[in-house]
Design a protein around this ligand. Structure first.
Ligand SMILES: *Cc1c(COP(=O)(O)O)cnc(C)c1O
Length: 457
């Protein structure tokens, strides 16, 4: 039996862990469009980005040419506390489905923050410390990023101010307490602590907030507070770069057992886990060395790739951040309060947007209740209680494995299992009680939001 040949979990040795991140932009012929200064509409320079981001991270953000960037030893040592993460062969899921497909998932939930976000949090905190800063500010939606960053900041003894989307702040008090355990301060957003927060509250009284609002607040505080910079948990090129450890480890583990993926699937919020997972594989595609089918999965309630527009847009609601060219639903788009908080961002990484536009990746959207059906099915056979975000990838992996039953094809499917769902039990409860809905924005709602895109040609 194949069980005897390939173990359930394929681990790398510590000395097989990546020593460099892979920067997929270096191999892209069509580079992602640069960030623009919203005033001049010229590409943002390192000098202009310096008040917002740490210097080393600005360098990484703007670097479209260096393929491999060394991972500093201190970061690698931190990675060793929870990495390498396992690549798991989902034998039980395969058996239950009765599929000839081989299913693997890369599990990133094996750390206290419960998601892949720690991979970038530790890198960003390291560079902030190295620059001699006092602290960092950030936003968090569902809370995974804030948790990861608070862990990273306590490790490097940095102050951490988190603006948490109000709906999550109220729905997820335990996440909040984890962050405070690691020493972070947590403020519900929009708040009355910032100019932009006050303005958003005046314009939208009673709003439950959005990632876009929280970003505006965090940026305002970072730029107005001496010794602070802003850090972001997704979307940016630098974050995809750090998350490439996921893909590099996945590829190394597959190579180790002589396996080649046919289909690679990941959920897409701002694009960091998917970008990280697929980077080395897309690199091979870009260099003409191999071919893969890559699928981005997004919620039907926030469908940036499948129903958005490829255009320059603001990264935040308050329009204080640079403009990024990306698939977007408009920076004023506030998605229905679905339960995959990490996938509620209006835009998408500009690197992934360019790869999507060039046909290297495809995208699909799935409805909330079918995602939870897949989550529960997976939990019952594979044991892991998945995060709602991750379950978007599970849903499509299961669909692809079912297609193999019909065609009899033995495809190898790899998907990213980005995290665990222990803090999402209100969502699971709604699902179990039959109270979960599947709100999908209308064409008119999306068109209305897109009509407010900034005019850039
Ligand atoms: C944040 C998050 C996501 C989505 O963010 P990306 O930047 O698109 O990866 C997915 N899964 C989990 C568990 C998350 O915390």
């Amino acid at each position: 039996m194949s069980n005897e040949k390939i173990p359930y979990k394929i681990y790398l040795e510590e000395n097989e862990m990546p020593k460099e991140w892979y920067n997929v932009r270096a191999d892209m012929k069509n580079k992602p469009a640069p960030l623009l200064n919203p005033g001049t509409l010229q590409p943002m320079t390192a000098e202009e980005l310096a008040p917002v981001f740490c210097d080393e991270l600005v360098k990484q953000e703007l670097d479209d040419t260096t393929p491999y960037i060394a991972i500093p030893e201190e970061i690698r040592n931190f990675y060793k506390m929870y990495r390498p993460s396992p690549l798991v062969r989902a034998y039980c899921l395969e058996k239950k489905l009765g599929t000839p497909a081989k299913i693997y998932y890369k599990f990133e939930g094996n750390n206290t923050s419960g998601s892949h976000k720690l991979n970038s949090a530790i890198a960003q905190a390291y560079y902030a410390k190295k620059q001699g800063l006092k602290g960092v500010t950030t936003e968090t939606g569902a809370g995974q990023w804030g948790t990861a960053l608070s862990m990273a900041c306590s490790y490097f003894d940095l102050d951490c101010k988190v603006y948490m989307v109000k709906v999550s702040y109220e729905q997820k008090p335990f996440r909040r307490e984890v962050m405070r355990t690691y020493g972070a301060s947590v403020t519900p957003s929009p708040s009355t602590e910032t100019e932009i927060g006050k303005k958003i509250l005046a314009d939208h009284p009673g709003t439950t907030g959005s990632l876009g609002c929280a970003i505006s607040e965090a940026v305002e505080v970072a730029t107005k507070t001496e010794g602070y910079r802003y850090v972001l948990g997704s979307v940016l090129n630098q974050v995809l770069l750090h998350q490439s450890v996921i893909g590099l480890e996945t590829k190394a583990a597959l190579d180790k057992i002589g396996e080649k993926a046919d289909i690679i699937i990941g959920c897409a919020g701002g694009g960091s886990n998917l970008g990280g997972l697929i980077s080395p594989f897309v690199g091979q595609m870009l260099r003409g060395e191999a071919d893969y089918r890559i699928i981005a999965v997004e919620p039907a309630s926030c469908p940036s790739f499948t129903r958005g527009k490829y255009a320059y847009d603001f990264c935040d609601t308050g329009m204080v951040c640079p403009l990024a060219k990306m698939y977007t639903l408009g920076s004023g788009f506030i998605p229905a309060p679905n339960h995959a908080g990490g996938l509620r961002y209006h835009g998408m990484s500009s690197t992934l947007s360019q790869l999507y536009d060039d046909g290297f990746i495809e995208a699909t959207s799935v409805k909330q209740t079918e995602v939870f059906e897949a989550a529960e099915y997976f939990a019952r056979v594979e044991g892991i209680l998945p995060a709602p975000e991750s379950s978007h990838a599970i849903k499509v992996a299961i669909d692809e494995a079912k297609k193999c039953i019909e065609t009899g094809e033995e495809k190898t499917i790899v998907f990213g299992l980005t995290g665990t769902g222990y803090f999402d039990m209100f969502a699971y409860e709604k699902f179990h009680d039959g109270k979960m809905d599947d709100y999908i924005p209308t064409d008119a709602e999306i068109a209305e939001s897109l009509s407010k895109l900034p005019k850039v040609d």
